[in-house]
Write a protein that binds this ligand. Structure first.
Ligand code: GLA
Ligand code: ZN
Length: 671
């Protein structure tokens, strides 16, 4: 392996083949090398093989696997096995099982379903993780820790209720303070003791489901409790292997965990990427959604290079309909990750098992080990491409535009009784802004309300509904210092505690607007506004505001609020705050955001990109500048390149008008 090399790897479960190890394991190594694989994720679901009985450990097979990987020049990302438990554990320690919303205990089965308050579970996790860290801490193959797998948490057992109450006590101090923060005088819900506060249930269940603040507190608790468990899991790893980086594989916009909060405890972000490519024009939208997820996942660990820990070299098996990805997908998907700052292309999984629910999931090798397959050839193509891109491994992104995605606003909006109740489309709206910014040629960093704003020239903050403590001030300071702020409808409605403001809302000075009302449209109902001589449609949401210093740049054309502001500009110190009052479609957002950013002197990476083409950039420590052009169309596209570039693929020089082949990622080095 060259000094600098991208990880090209896969989840690998050799223990499933232990009875055939003399043949299969050797064959796996040979074929992995043939595929250009240089890394394996091992031990992810191995607990029953590592600890076949309580306190009885067997690491012999993993010793062999680690040695074998090392001998074959491969890195190991070693997992802690807490994603799934052996049956004996549930039998011996029933507290490891979760309880559902109806307070019924689970029975043993499936995975990702442990109670994180269970002292037995915590102890067993510490025991096994300690042994793994002590045993493999100095193993030459050990490259990184893969902690657990796709964490989630929602347990309603008495221990978790107690943990929730303790969390509330720590947050609110007194029950009176909790009552005030939750506005519990409403419907006579004032608690007198923390012990009376139970986890909420979803509608149709018994118990609390309507209180926005009770629900929000539970979401915050679940996220914090999981992060607490994560810290518990990694304590022995930090103790015995302080120099081995730690990751856990994330699920992009998964609502159960504030990934920014979790990311602040990890060394490297990694995530599992499963777009359902179609082979036709729908891939433009799928590619855009995937680009958004990559940028978000990079954002949660401070924009550092991340890993695409899983992706499928064929069709997944868990969809209702599992369509085959067309030829070329593995390469596009892999290079798309690199273009957004990943330092890896990894697959689930290397060799498919003969049984289990994933027996028909796409894999690098089928159970019979055949290599004359489409998947294998496509993985080889990725390997060849990654070798050519090796110089840009570890290079960083450096974008001028930040887009805000904040789990707390998302949660609060999920429980906001107004507009489109239960369906305010926070995620879709932030994603639409991401798609618009990239279509306008900008590289985008995704941040949350606690992130540092100072590296940026513009902060685009759609539906920043809940303002976490200090954010309004930091955003205002950012604008005053010369930044461009862009806000939308449903911004700054509530404070950190999800309460409306009893005095002037903090964004009023920034936006120069008083927000009065919000209108929600049913399907087929539209309004319109004019921008740069074109008429644009408004759908779903329209906010009505009264200028308090802001200039009106565009106004509603219909409804009783015709003539009232849709797009406004407020000058703040050296900078400016724009507010879009209504939900517009992506083309409109592209036009509006592109105009505003350019007027503010913020230049795109490439101008006039055709539909379905985006540009991203990475920068090497040595000053090298790399430009990626992603053509998600199933047709050729043309771009006009700024300056002179060298294609990484073949070393040829390009400038000016350049062709991008269908569904490809082109990587260029600035000359
Ligand atoms: C997830 C899991 C893997 C596997 C894949 C299948 O991402 O982490 O263990 O189940 O899905 O797509
Ligand atoms: Zn529990």
């Amino acid at each position: 392996m060259a000094n600098k090399a991208f990880l090209h790897g896969a989840d690998y479960n050799p223990e499933q083949w232990i009875k055939l190890k003399d043949t299969v394991w050797q064959e796996d190594m040979r074929k992995a090398k043939e595929a250009g694989i240089n890394e394996m994720n091992v031990g992810i679901f191995s607990w029953s093989f590592l600890e076949p009985e309580d306190g009885v450990y067997d690491f012999s097979w993993l010793d062999e696997v680690m040695d074998m990987l090392h001998r074959n020049g491969m890195k190991a990302i070693l997992a802690t096995p807490s994603g799934s438990r052996p049956p004996w554990m549930a039998e011996k320690y029933p507290s490891v099982l979760r309880m559902d919303q109806e307070r019924k205990p689970y029975v043993y089965g499936a995975r990702h379903n442990a109670c994180y308050s269970s002292p037995d579970y915590r102890r067993k996790v510490t025991e096994i993780n300690t042994r793994l860290a002590q045993r493999y801490g100095n193993h030459p193959a050990l490259y990184m820790w893969h902690v657990s797998n796709e964490y989630n948490f929602d347990c309603h057992c008495p221990r978790c209720q107690k943990a929730f109450q303790d969390w509330l006590r720590a947050r609110y101090g007194t029950i009176d303070n909790l009552n005030d923060s939750w506005w519990n005088t409403f419907w006579s819900h004032r608690f007198t003791r923390f012990e009376q506060v139970e986890s909420p249930t979803t509608p149709s269940f018994l118990g609390e489901w309507e209180s926005p603040n009770h629900n929000l507190a539970w979401r915050r608790f679940c996220s914090d409790h999981l992060i607490d468990f994560f810290q518990h899991e990694i304590a022995p790893l930090r103790q015995y292997t302080p120099n081995i980086p730690i990751t856990t594989n994330l699920m992009h916009t998964f609502p159960g965990i504030d990934y920014f909060a979790l990311g602040r405890h990890m060394d490297v972000s990694s995530w599992d990427n499963y777009p359902q490519w179609r082979g036709d024009e729908r891939d433009v939208g799928i590619s855009a959604a995937t680009s958004f997820k990559h940028d978000l996942m990079r954002g949660v660990c401070d924009q550092k290079p991340f890993l695409m820990m899983e992706s499928c070299p064929g069709a997944v098996n868990w969809g209702a309909v599992n369509t085959l990805p067309p030829p070329g997908t593995v390469l596009y998907q892999g290079l798309q990750a690199i273009a957004h700052g990943s330092d890896s292309v990894q697959y689930f999984q290397f060799r498919a098992g003969r049984g289990g629910s994933e027996q028909f999931h796409g894999s690098v090798l089928p159970p019979d080990g055949s290599t004359d397959t489409r998947a294998f050839r496509e993985v080889q193509e990725v390997s060849t491409a990654l070798e050519k891109l090796a110089p840009l491994c570890a290079s960083r992104t450096c974008n001028q535009v930040a887009l805000l995605y904040d789990w707390h606003s998302r949660w609060a909006l999920d429980y906001a009784w107004m507009a489109h109740r239960g369906n305010q489309k926070y995620e879709e709206t932030v994603q639409a802004h991401h798609t618009a910014l990239t279509a306008a040629g900008y590289g985008v960093d995704i941040i949350d309300q606690l992130s540092d704003l100072t590296p940026y020239k513009a902060v685009i903050a759609p539906m920043a509904y809940l303002l976490r403590d200090g954010f309004a001030q930091r955003l205002t300071d950012f604008a005053a210092a010369g930044g461009l702020v862009y806000l939308t409808y449903l911004s700054g409605y509530v404070d950190e505690e999800n309460l409306r403001y009893a005095s002037t809302p903090p964004l009023e000075a920034l936006t120069g607007l008083r927000t009065d009302e919000i209108d929600a449209y049913t399907e087929g109902h539209e309004n319109h506004f004019l921008w740069q001589g074109k008429q644009w449609a408004i759908k779903e949401m329209a906010q009505l505001s009264t200028p308090r210093g802001a200039q009106v740049l565009a106004a509603y054309q219909q409804q009783f609020y015709q003539g009232q502001p849709v797009l406004t500009r407020n000058l703040v110190g050296e900078g400016v705050c724009y507010t879009l009052q209504a939900r517009a479609e992506i083309d409109c957002l592209t036009a509006v955001l592109g105009d505003l950013l350019r007027q503010h002197g913020i230049q795109p990476l490439v101008t006039d990109l055709p539909q379905g083409v985006i540009a991203t950039a990475r920068y090497g420590e040595d000053g090298a500048e790399y430009l990626f052009l992603l053509n998600s169309n199933r047709e050729m596209a043309q771009v006009q390149l700024p300056g002179c570039w060298q294609r990484m693929e073949d070393g040829s020089l390009v400038s000016g008008q350049t062709e991008l082949p269908p569904f490809t990622v082109t990587t260029l080095l600035k000359k």
